[in-house]
Design a protein around this ligand. Structure first.
Ligand code: F6R
Length: 243
């Protein structure tokens, strides 16, 4: 595991974007596994900037996103489809046909999970998987549990997540209660993994996940077993590590 300490969020974003750029330049038809959340927004901004300068070309890239809320359509501004388009895809030349996310509007979970696993298999797996880190050690929507869930699966969101999301919706009924997420085996099968972390509130979980015991109670701890993981964090997020 390589760990890069950046002085702040901006430097973290530039470093992470550098690593993604290197992947796209070395393998223009690569498969990028992408994440939503607040942490990678700056990384996407840098990639857009460099694309606009003519330094990057996404025309042959395929993307597969980690997760999506079940029950939200593409137009819903809380959907991850919407997030990815408004924060990244709409501003670069990735082909719309090469963009993949779980379909939140498919009510049959077994069918959608099997479809998404087949999508990932058919594109040849992920070359570089970008991940954020949840405060409880979750990656994608793989929450702390008694065991690692392997393939794409449907997750019942924790009550705290549902409550936290309620502010974005007109009524409690509209708040998603479930989500589709790539499983741990899929994430671990990526050839390279890039984790971005920012802020002092992540310092404790960074230490636990990357130096503590490997356990499904801290899903990100399994990344210690992957042979090519790069963590890019700002000084605040890495402050509890001895580096
Ligand atoms: C996003 C995702 C989540 C986030 C994590 C961190 O697609 O699957 O696991 O990466 O919750 O979120 P932020 O970056 O908002 O702290």
């Amino acid at each position: 595991m390589r760990i890069y300490k950046a002085k702040d969020y901006d430097e973290m974003s530039r470093k992470a974007a550098n690593i993604i750029s290197a992947q796209v330049i070395l393998k223009p038809d690569c498969v990028l596994g992408l994440a939503t959340g607040s942490t990678p927004i700056g990384t996407y901004k840098k990639l857009i900037e460099w694309y606009e300068k003519g330094d990057l070309d996404f025309s042959e890239v395929t993307s597969v996103n980690l997760d999506e809320y079940k029950g939200l359509d593409k137009e819903n501004d809380q959907s991850y489809y919407y997030f990815m388009h408004t924060n990244f895809f709409n501003y670069v030349n990735i082909s719309p046909d090469s963009i993949n996310l779980p379909n939140g509007m498919e009510p049959d979970s077994d069918k959608e999970c099997a479809r998404y696993d087949e999508v990932i298999r058919s594109v040849g797996g992920v070359d570089l998987q970008l991940l954020g880190l949840g405060h409880n050690g979750h990656i994608g929507f793989n929450e702390p549990a008694e065991e690692f869930k392997k393939g794409t699966h449907c997750v019942d969101l924790q009550a705290s997540t549902i409550e936290a999301n309620a502010r974005f919706f007109a009524s409690m009924d509209e708040v998603p209660k479930q989500a589709y997420t790539m499983g741990i085996r899929t994430i671990m099968s990526a050839k390279k993994i890039l984790v971005v972390v920012s802020g002092a509130d992540k310092a404790g979980i960074v230490k636990k996940a990357f130096t503590g015991p490997v356990t499904p109670h801290v899903p990100a701890s399994l990344l210690q077993m992957h042979s090519d993981v790069t963590v890019v964090g700002d000084a605040a997020a890495l402050s509890e590590l001895d580096i």
